[in-house]
Write a protein that binds this ligand. Structure first.
Ligand SMILES: [Cu+2]
Length: 232
């Protein structure tokens, strides 16, 4: 294997590159991961077709003996080729755009559908981001720092704000990022579907100790969650 390729994999392995985004553990994360696979699939399709044609034409029109200076005349126009290479990208973009726009609207309405105040069946967790920690407040007033505890299979709605600068709330296994802004409340919701511990972090450079602004998310059974949230 080429040295550069090898060192890429060694570095990725040594730095603990885990591709959490491709390991979804909530409904919202499932939707986002499917979009990633869809766009990756379309990209690979185009890439493979282009490379196969590239190699094919390289071989077919390679310089051989007498044909050395026999350059074919330029095509003036080719209606069907032009129609084809206009329509194919439009089709590919449509295949990409329709599910993306639909998912965006679904996720947005999930988030802001509760903007009027109604939260449906969702459990509310208030989140305050500040240099350099996260404070979580649950419905019964319990607070925790840098540790987020959630019951499995329960829709949860986060209401996020910041005490100082702009932060970004991100649990790669469970959801996309959401900005955390001073003086404003943003919302995010998802339903975790697998128990476990997931790393959360601030995804917006917010100061010297930004990298320490991490928190652990524990998704546990409804029962364990009840016990946890009741204890002092
Ligand atoms: Cu931050």
């Amino acid at each position: 294997m080429n040295k550069r390729v090898l060192s890429f994999f060694v570095i990725a392995f040594l730095t603990g590159c885990q591709m959490r985004v491709l390991n979804p553990k909530s409904d919202t994360a499932d939707t986002l991961t499917n979009l990633i696979y869809l766009s990756f699939g379309i990209m690979m399709l185009v890439l493979i077709i282009v490379f196969v044609l590239f190699v094919y034409f390289l071989r077919k029109f390679r310089e051989k003996g007498e044909a050395k200076f026999n350059i074919p005349p330029d095509e003036k126009e080719n209606k069907w080729l032009e129609i084809t290479w206009t329509i194919v990208p439009v089709l590919l973009l449509a295949i990409l755009a329709v599910p993306t726009v639909k998912a965006t609207y679904d996720l947005t309405s999930k988030v802001s559908g509760s903007a009027g105040g109604s939260k449906g069946d969702a459990m509310i967790v208030e989140v305050v981001g500040q240099q350099y920690n996260w404070k979580f407040t649950y419905e019964n007033g319990k607070e925790s720092y840098d540790e987020l505890v959630l019951p499995v299979d329960q829709e949860v709605q986060f209401r996020l704000t910041s005490n100082d600068v702009i932060h970004s709330f991100w649990i790669p296994n469970l959801s996309g990022k959401i900005d955390v802004l001073p003086g404003k409340v943003t919302k995010l919701s998802f339903k975790p579907r697998v128990e476990g511990a997931y790393q959360g972090k601030c995804a917006e450079f917010c100061g010297a100790e930004h990298t320490l602004m991490r928190f652990e998310t524990k998704v546990m059974s409804q029962e364990s969650f009840e016990n946890w949230v009741q204890e002092e």
